[in-house]
Design a protein around this ligand. Structure first.
Ligand SMILES: Cc1ncc(COP(=O)(O)O)c(C=O)c1O
Length: 485
């Protein structure tokens, strides 16, 4: 059989037409989103269709593929992207970053190394990111990984390697099975679940992740941290990392970074700040002081796919010790001539080899916002959380469960003039959250604060304003009173 033009060649020749069709579809999606229900459920038939597609024997026409995406995929997102989606810490995608990502896919040059433009851009971008949050740039390195979990795993791998090396332990050769001292790490119960996952992945085990007490505002207590480190050292253990919250996901709590850094320095332990969500608030004058000690951290996790609105996925790792990362990860077989370049090859400082070019979308979002644009966004979101906090405090039927910190507020509906116990309020607020989703007007998932079910709101969208706070308070009060009746 004679071979016709390869389908990919055909698409390349028609790229402008197909691209214009795609751009039209995506523009329509982005502009229609604000008027759509916030939470949408994939209908039963659509789920079934999507799960039972047969692999086509011969390739489909490109236009049919685009039509499938328009008809079967675009209508059913999770609520991320809508300004009234207050769940988790997920941002909408910056439109310019979507387009820059298409440039990265088109060039298809991984950010692992070699000699291409994005690798050099990465030097400027890494410097920008470090400067934005006050992390020292000199001798430091920024890597763009798949998210906060990957960034923290990378940092803690380097911290573990560093501590082992100082104890005369060749971790890469011996592994963890040589009967060496027990590795221990420290974090508060408010820390993100990814910290536990990392400790598990590193073979340290959750028994050796010390759960450091928090104060009334959910912040790690430095005195409790010091006592835990002293006890471990007295027992002959090997502390390798302290992980401080630079903005807890659940409550927005910020550990006292300066005091925690004092303990880390006193005992010579690697300090990692998990600022995946919060450390961008170094740009908000109301929070800048609390993030100053980011400058004293050995490493920081910071997610561009949160406040800077970079489309998923992108988590930045900032480290003062590129050498420790290189010692922990570098492996250069003959076919990989890494290390001779003007700029570091990321693949030498991390577990992955080939990996995506997240630099262009991140650069595009930050360049489009500028320092002042990002500062304005972060400051506005924090101010809106403060406003919601104030509205909840004066409402007779709402109760604050954790005060606003960063752009997060935890509260619950509590019918005025009626005595309901915590179990009844938990159930009521769970139903309110579900009713909010069903209304299509917002997405407001529940969490738990001191064992009580909370409605947890997080502001992150580039368009959030005071009208959103008014709307949210009114919606919860209306649905709450209907459900409580
Ligand atoms: C404070 C904090 N740390 C870590 C993470 C984990 O980041 P990722 O989901 O990008 O892996 C998140 C968010 O999910 C977070 O909010």
């Amino acid at each position: 059989m004679a071979l016709g033009m390869h389908p990919f060649t055909q698409d390349r020749e028609e790229f402008e037409r197909l691209g214009a069709r795609t751009a039209g579809m995506l523009g329509e999606y982005l502009r229609a989103l604000p008027a759509q229900p916030v939470d949408r459920v994939v209908p039963e038939e659509a789920r079934h269709r999507l799960m039972s597609l047969p692999m086509p024997d011969t390739g489909l026409p490109a236009d049919e593929i685009l039509e499938f995406l328009r008809r079967e995929i675009l209508p059913w997102p999770v609520s991320v992207g809508h300004r009234r989606s207050y769940g988790w810490v997920n941002s909408p995608p910056a439109p310019i970053a979507i387009l820059a990502d298409a440039v990265a896919s088109t060039m298809n040059c991984g950010l692992d190394g070699f000699d291409h433009s994005a690798l050099f851009l990465m030097s400027s971008l890494g410097r920008w990111i470090m400067e934005l949050v006050g992390f020292p740039t000199r001798g430091s390195l920024c890597l763009l990984l798949s998210g906060g979990s990957a960034a923290t795993l990378n940092a803690l791998s380097a911290a573990r390697h560093h501590a082992a090396e100082r104890a005369g332990w060749d971790l890469r050769k011996e592994g963890l099975q040589g009967g060496r001292a027990r590795l221990v790490a420290y974090a508060s119960a408010e820390s993100h679940s990814s910290i536990q996952k990392c400790v598990e992945q590193l073979g340290v085990g959750t028994d050796n992740l010390r759960d450091i007490e928090v104060d009334d505002a959910f912040r790690m207590r430095p005195d409790a941290l010091r006592r835990a480190v002293e006890a471990d050292l007295a027992a002959g253990h090997l502390p390798f990392a302290i992980v401080a919250c630079g903005g807890a996901t659940n409550t927005g709590a910020i550990d006292p970074l300066d005091a925690v850094a004092d303990v880390a320095r006193e005992f010579g332990i690697w300090l990692h700040v998990d600022g995946a969500f919060g450390a961008w608030a170094a740009l908000d004058p109301a929070y800048a002081e609390r993030f100053k000690a980011v400058a004293r951290a050995d490493s920081v996790t910071l997610n561009p796919h949160k406040w800077p609105q970079v489309p998923v996925d992108c988590g930045a790792l900032l480290t003062r010790h590129p050498d420790a990362h290189r010692a922990a990860f570098s492996l250069t077989p003959d076919y990989l001539p890494a290390g001779n370049s003007e700029v570091p090859w990321p693949c030498e400082y991390m577990f992955q080899l080939t990996y995506g070019n997240r630099a262009l979308k991140t650069w595009a979002a930050l360049a489009r916002l500028g320092r002042s644009g990002l500062a304005e966004l972060v400051t506005r979101c924090n101010r809106l959380a403060g406003l919601l906090d104030a509205r909840v405090r004066v409402a007779p039927d709402l109760e604050l469960l954790a005060p606003a910190s960063l752009s997060v507020v935890n509260f619950r509906y509590r019918p005025a003039g009626r005595r309901l116990d915590d179990a009844a309020l938990d159930d009521l607020n769970q139903r309110i959250s579900a009713a909010v989703s069903e209304s299509g007007e917002a997405h407001l998932p529940t969490s738990r604060v001191r064992g009580r079910t909370s409605l947890r709101a997080c502001f992150l969208h580039y368009e959030n304003d005071e009208g959103d706070v008014d709307h949210l308070v009114g919606l919860v009060q209306r649905l709450g009173s209907e459900l409580a009746a």
